[in-house]
Design a binder for this molecule. Structure first.
Ligand SMILES: Nc1ncnc2c1ncn2[C@@H]1O[C@H](COP(=O)(O)OP(=O)(O)OP(=O)(O)O)[C@@H](O)[C@H]1O
Length: 251
């Protein structure tokens, strides 16, 4: 059996005195492409942050590459949801994407040819090479999302964990992301995706995990859409379902 990348055993998370994740058991192994699905507020982002150790468990056990804490962030590329890129600092797109190499560089080594080549590949893969000199804070939401994806790709991580990578990204760039990820998966990388719609990423996904109110309610094959979402021609661009609404996914 291949090695476990992320393990969560009976994981519980409480935030502001409220239980957000309840009794989650989840193991993600090397080479898997796992989709985390579920309605707004079901706990997907919290689960990602719990897997990464960015928020503490109130009870249960977590391991990343077999250890309680991540010792080598260079192996992990995390694309958070809706982060303001640049954070008010006037950074160019290239500077932000280059920062994805930092965990790969030794403390005393200057940026190498290999670093620059990796940044160029990441910019090209996400279709933002033409924006490299632009100030990131002036870009659209979808362009900023692609900057964050490029930053993660630039680090050439073993594991990519992306929170809603398709949000605000147009169809052509969604397809480009799908083919970039397909290349990484073919090399044996592990990918964890928080998604509302599988879109062009559907053929890559090896397993889905559906959350509802902080619990896992489905695991296995990506569930089939039901109702209007199953009809031919449905474009799957409807807004997020409200919390507690009947799921469009068959459990
Ligand atoms: N820091 C926090 N403090 C208190 N409650 C929080 C915090 N972060 C998230 N929550 C709550 O936890 C629940 C799950 O949120 P989470 O962002 O994990 O859901 P999600 O499935 O990723 O939703 P979405 O699809 O809208 O991004 C929500 O009810 C949210 O309000």
């Amino acid at each position: 059996m291949t090695d476990a990348v992320f393990e969560l055993h009976d994981g519980h998370v409480r935030l502001d005195g409220r239980e957000i994740l309840s009794g989650i058991d989840l193991t993600i192994r090397e080479g898997e492409v796992v989709a985390l699905l579920g309605a707004n507020g079901s706990g997907k982002s919290t689960l990602v942050r719990a897997l990464l150790g960015l928020i503490p468990l109130s009870s249960g056990r977590r391991a990343v590459f077999g250890s309680p804490k991540i010792s080598d962030w260079g192996r992990i590329g995390y694309v958070p949801q809706r982060l303001e890129v640049g954070g008010g600092v006037p950074s160019t797109v290239r500077e932000i994407v280059s920062s994805g190499r930092i965990a790969r560089q030794s403390r005393f080594r200057l940026t190498s040819k290999a670093d620059r080549a990796a940044v160029d590949r990441a910019l090209a893969a996400t279709g933002i090479a033409g924006l490299a000199r632009r100030s990131a804070s002036r870009l659209s939401g979808g362009q900023q999302q692609r900057v964050l994806i490029a930053r993660a790709l630039a680090g050439e991580p073993d594991v990519l964990i992306m929170d809603e990578p398709l949000a605000g990204v147009d169809a052509a760039n969604q397809d480009a992301l799908a083919s970039t990820l397909a290349g990484l998966v073919a090399q044996g990388r592990t990918v964890v995706l928080v998604l509302h719609e599988l879109g062009p990423l559907a053929p890559l996904i090896t397993r889905s995990v559906v959350l509802d109110h902080g619990r896992v309610v489905h695991r296995g094959e990506p569930p089939e859409p039901t109702g209007a979402c199953a009809e031919p021609g449905h474009d799957h661009l409807h807004p997020h379902a409200p919390v507690g609404a009947p799921s469009v996914w068959k459990a």
